[in-house]
Design a binder for this molecule. Structure first.
Ligand code: ZN
Length: 100
């Protein structure tokens, strides 16, 4: 399932809500997404080992900008200045904490 979202809602800086084409909704806090950042500085490219210490990410982290990457992903700019993560729809689907 890598269909693109129907909508991405980020009216609240501490939350991101995605509604998928099939009508299901996924919601995360910005801190949750920051901790799951898939970039080469947070995840070792070869071993897949997580380099980022999740406890170093504050719960009140906010997302300040969000940009579509092609038609397959979104990049986010977080309040800690980190912005190199590319969150593919596939990854976001895997990270989805709850669906309704
Ligand atoms: Zn990262």
């Amino acid at each position: 399932m890598s269909a693109s979202p129907k909508s991405i809602l980020r009216s609240d800086p501490t939350r991101v809500v995605i509604t998928w084409q099939d009508g299901t909704t996924s919601a995360w806090t910005a801190a949750e997404l920051r901790r799951e950042c898939p970039c080469a500085r947070c995840i070792h490219e070869i071993t897949g080992q997580r380099l980022l210490d999740p406890t170093s990410v504050s719960d009140d982290t906010t997302q300040q900008d969000l940009a579509l990457v092609g038609n397959y992903a979104v990049s986010m700019y977080f309040s800690d200045g980190h912005h190199t993560g590319i969150y593919t729809w596939k990854l976001l689907r895997e990270l989805a904490p709850r669906q309704s």
